[in-house]
Design a protein around this ligand. Structure first.
Ligand SMILES: [Mn+2]
Length: 320
């Protein structure tokens, strides 16, 4: 049996954590892992970093929102999912430090291999797909609940099977998950085709202010905190706004900047020509070739836009 599977089988008190600001892959991979552990009779808990974003908040809330009162907890095993490095675990890193054993399962090729046992493969679409493989090795019964989680995790990171990271194997796994009888259309509608009226209005405002540079090869959107507040929303209530500029014809790199009280979050998407994780790295971030992120503190949006444009310029001008 694989080492990771063996460690899981041999551990009783287990904590599951994934990267901060949980996305669909992070949340649903973790929920699938939690479900599997509970089905095996393990004493397992999944700690999220804070309230999860609105779009993925309909899943069963059988997780615990982490706060410092849990910092001294000691687990036999802490399983870290979908997190490229320790910084992305936020305050929950305390659990990793205290743990008797740690496992890291991730598909970011920038992963720093921070656990005792690391299973990292940057060529796999999603952590959800890696969890499916692990469960297959462990002969885990794929219940409908687990299938719903893994299906959502994979769909989340593949843009509903649209992105480069999708392989024939990804599609085969989706097919197997569908065979359990899950209501996949309903899940997709809830996850990807449902917006609140305020989210649509906010997006309309964002669209009016799309910036285009480098002859249209770079498209950028920015949202200030007061724009979220205008519609009574937080930046957690609106998903990937970087998909707005990504769709514009001629765009090779799409960027979004979101101002929160603490920092400016930057998302990068590539349409194939450039490795945006290299740009994210310039700001202390990371991610994948086609999708990456970082954050900037201590400046206003316009200054952050300038810095990002300069960093992209270095990459674009270096290549062409
Ligand atoms: Mn992921």
């Amino acid at each position: 049996m694989d080492k990771i599977a063996k460690i899981i089988e041999e551990s009783d008190n287990i904590a599951v954590i994934a990267h901060i600001d949980e996305d669909c892959d992070a949340l649903c991979s973790s929920l699938a892992m939690l479900e599997m552990l509970k089905n095996k009779g393990k004493n397992a808990v999944y700690f999220v970093s804070g309230p999860v974003e609105h779009k993925i908040s309909f899943f069963e809330k059988n997780y615990v929102i982490f706060d410092e009162s849990y910092s001294d907890n000691v687990y036999d095993l802490v399983i870290c999912l979908d997190s490229a490095d320790e910084l992305r675990l936020g305050k929950r890193i305390a659990l990793v430090k205290n743990a008797k054993k740690t496992i890291n399962i991730d598909h970011h090729y920038t992963n720093t291999m921070y656990a005792d046992e690391n299973r990292v493969n940057g060529d796999i679409s999603s952590t959800g797909e890696m969890i499916y493989d692990l469960f297959a090795e462990m002969n885990v019964e794929i219940t409908q609940k687990i299938a719903e989680y893994l299906y959502s995790a994979i769909m989340g990171d593949t843009g509903c099977l649209k992105y480069n990271c999708v392989t024939p194997k990804t599609v085969m796994i989706i097919s197997k998950l569908m065979k359990t009888g899950i209501d996949h259309a309903k899940l997709c509608r809830k996850l990807f085709d449902t917006e609140t009226i305020n989210a649509v209005k906010l997006k309309a405002d964002i669209m009016k202010n799309i910036k285009s540079c480098f002859g249209g090869r770079v498209s950028m959107v920015s949202v200030d905190q007061d724009e979220f507040e205008k519609y009574g929303m937080s930046e957690k209530d609106i998903g990937d706004i970087v998909n707005i500029p990504r769709c514009i014809e001629g765009t090779e790199i799409a960027v979004s900047l979101r101002k929160t009280p603490e920092k400016i979050k930057i998302s990068f998407r590539s349409n194939g020509r450039y490795n945006v994780s290299e740009i994210a790295k310039k700001f202390g971030g990371g991610g994948h070739v086609m999708a990456a992120g970082a954050s900037i503190t201590g400046c206003e949006l316009d200054e952050a836009e300038k810095k990002v444009t300069e960093a992209i310029g270095e990459v674009i001008n270096g290549r062409i």
